[in-house]
Design a protein around this ligand. Structure first.
Ligand code: ACM
Length: 666
């Protein structure tokens, strides 16, 4: 009783302080189903974690996760008769939830997480954490918080088995600490594939003992292009870095403990200049080159006609597969510049000998040889969708897809560019697909081209596929390309908050996706990130975009002829959308024009008489702010005519046009 009174008082205190933001509305990615009930459970210093030996790791992870903020060092036991418990339990009867699903039940007696695998238990623990007050993310003990959990019953499993985040360290090396920090965030968001882009034209980042020059030469460059693709500017500073095999083993184990598979990407035959700088015999031109200091078009490519290339790549991959237990090795394959191949007599000979008629066929020949080499090592390859032989960059000329169907069907195609027809053809040719369509999933793109909402709305499944074909789309990835992100601060601002949206793209069932709910749940997520020192782009969650209003209905428009220079009131139609009592959101959504529209007041007129108004400054241009006006109709008058009267003006000019949209409800 004493304990109950104390926690009730604390709860009251933290409600006043505006903290304790948690509950079923705080889980990201949203689970399959949640049944909230009245009441709650509370974790105290005497709570015991009960787990069988097989879940020892997960029990310790739960203990470690709770320790910093609560200050509690909870006991772990295999059985217990104390009432306050968190029970982790492996069961057989949840097979329908697959390898990653779980059930989480919170009742006053305690918490039970059940799953058929330790992975499911791990994900149940992540949800449990998110149900606690956000202060649980604090690295230091927080006093005055009741560690209470809402009573709820959750059933959960992912939509896709491949939920990836890619980090490009070929361009800018970030190091072990940052990688682990990213892995922590991925795990909390139930993402399970860390696609590690370790080699590129500008750097080789993985120690290969058989070929030491890959790192002694290939891991450093003398200078770096800054300021964008065609910029002549350079940083004026050298850049270097690589992972030793010992560090890689440690990171692989760190990821494994968090249910994350690392897929290494060793790019070939393009994006290979750092390796060619180390070993010129790998290149097509055989010229001695330097590790590239600018980004974009590469100056050489692996020589597909030289046996030494396959021998050396096989030797490199022997060490790669010894380090990474993943069944898949990513071999890149993107953006091969064919000009060196076209000029090479040796490549011409190869084409004659192997009856290859186009450069695409040469690449497919190369890729199939690598697929064989990797398959002999017990693994399969994956590559960007150029490996299908399509002319994604306008470099191939005619007949480009002549032999595309001959690509080894065990190869996973990583779709990033082109159009869905190409991906659908690959699916029909038997390939599995990971959908990382660049215009929705590239984290190096600014928020102007991929807003949080656009990231959230990405659906990795294309239309027009049979259910069986859809299952060949095994998931999705989001990609942090590194050309223009030399610092961790820049990187985090690009990744966060979008990573949370991509986590929900990969995990949450399509019918449960709802951006308004996501934004609401992000409030707890941002608080957790603040406490963990994650530098997310601060204004991107609250910022409005046109996509936020796609469910609103257009009722009228403004255009240059209707926009006053001053605040003269202008009347707009409601298009019959207001006929019943309720609250309505009226939105002024800019579409085009050089100048924005400013709004200061919107009123609701009933038969020409103002009965409600919302006065606040709104700005509708390239940037949107305050453009939602809330109008309440307390009681509808039968047969009345409802119109809007807005005080608006052009912002410096009256040439803009846009839509007036409406939606009923808050
Ligand atoms: C890529 O963006 N070059 C896969």
């Amino acid at each position: 009783m004493e304990q109950f009174r104390l926690s009730a008082a604390l709860l009251f205190a933290c409600a006043w302080a505006g903290t304790c933001m948690a509950g079923p509305k705080s889980i990201i990615p949203a689970p399959v189903s949640m049944e909230p009930r009245e009441g709650q459970a509370t974790i105290t210093a005497s709570t015991v974690i009960i787990a069988p030996k097989a879940l020892g790791l997960q029990a310790r992870q739960l203990q470690e996760m709770l320790k910093p903020a609560t200050g509690y060092d909870l006991a772990i036991r295999e059985t217990s008769d104390v009432p306050s418990i968190i029970r982790l339990s492996l069961v057989r009867d949840l097979e329908d939830l697959g390898d990653e699903g779980y059930k989480l039940d919170i009742a006053p007696k305690g918490v039970v997480i059940r799953a058929t695998t330790p992975t499911g238990i791990f994900y149940g623990i992540q949800s449990l954490r998110q149900l606690l007050p956000a202060e649980i993310a604090s690295p230091r003990t927080v006093s005055g918080v009741a560690w209470s959990l809402p009573q709820v019953s959750i059933t959960d499993q992912p939509r896709f088995s491949w939920r990836a985040f890619m980090l490009d360290e070929g361009r800018h090396f970030k190091g072990e600490k940052e990688v682990k920090k990213l892995l922590d965030q991925m795990a909390e968001l139930k993402m399970n594939v860390f696609h590690w882009h370790l080699t590129d034209d500008q750097g080789w980042r993985i120690e290969i003992k058989k070929y030491p020059k890959l790192t002694s030469i290939g891991s450093s460059r003398t200078d770096t292009q800054i300021g964008g693709w065609n910029s002549p500017k350079r940083s004026g500073e050298p850049h270097a870095g690589f992972y030793t095999q010992e560090q890689i083993r440690d990171i692989v184990a760190y990821a494994q403990a968090r249910q994350i598979t690392i897929i290494p990407e060793i790019g070939m035959p393009g994006h290979a200049c750092a390796a060619i700088a180390a070993y010129p015999e790998l290149g097509t031109t055989k010229n001695k080159i330097e590790v590239m200091t600018r980004f974009g078009k590469a100056i050489d490519t692996y020589d597909p006609s030289a046996e030494i290339v396959y021998t050396m790549l096989s030797g490199i991959l022997d060490e790669v597969v010894a380090l990474f237990p993943s069944k898949i090795i990513h071999i890149g394959g993107d953006e091969v510049r064919f000009n060196q191949w076209k000029k090479s007599e040796a490549v011409k000979e190869l084409m004659k000998k192997e009856k290859l008629s186009t450069m695409a066929d040469v690449q497919i020949y190369f890729t199939n040889r690598m697929a064989d080499i990797v398959e002999e090592k017990g693994r399969n390859i994956m590559g960007w969708n150029e490996i299908l032989g399509d002319d994604l960059h306008g470099l191939l000329g005619k007949d480009q897809t002549a032999k595309a169907a001959t690509l080894d069907p065990n190869t996973i195609v990583h779709f990033w560019k082109g159009n869905p027809t190409l991906a659908k053809r690959a699916i029909r040719n038997g390939h599995k697909i990971v959908n990382s369509w660049h215009s929705f999933t590239y984290l190096d793109y600014g928020y102007g081209s991929i807003s949080l909402h656009k990231a959230y709305d990405f659906d990795p499944v294309f239309g027009g596929l049979t259910p069986e074909e859809e299952r060949q789309i095994i998931g999705t990835g989001c990609q942090m390309w590194g050309e223009w992100i030399p610092t961790v601060e820049r990187m985090e601002a690009q990744i966060y908050p979008r990573l949370a949206a991509y986590a929900e793209v990969g995990w949450t069932q399509k019918e449960n996706k709802d951006f308004a709910s996501f934004k609401q749940r992000m409030k707890s997520q941002l608080k957790r990130w603040d406490l963990q020192g994650i530098g997310y782009a601060k204004d991107q969650v609250s910022m409005m975009s046109a996509q936020d209003f796609f469910n609103h209905v257009k009722i009228d428009s403004w255009n240059p002829g209707k926009t006053p220079k001053d605040w003269t009131p202008v009347e707009f139609s409601t298009g019959g959308a207001i006929a019943e009592a309720g609250t309505y959101e009226v939105v002024f959504l800019y579409r085009k024009g050089l100048h924005a529209l400013e709004i200061s007041e919107v009123g609701l007129l009933e038969d020409g008489k103002e009965i409600a108004s919302d006065k606040h400054a709104g700005f509708s241009g390239g940037k949107l702010s305050g453009i939602v006006y809330k109008l309440k109709l307390p009681k509808a008058k039968p047969g009345a005519s409802y119109t809007l009267r807005a005080r608006i003006k052009g912002s410096g000019g009256t040439d803009s046009s846009g839509e007036i949209k409406i939606r009923a409800g808050e």
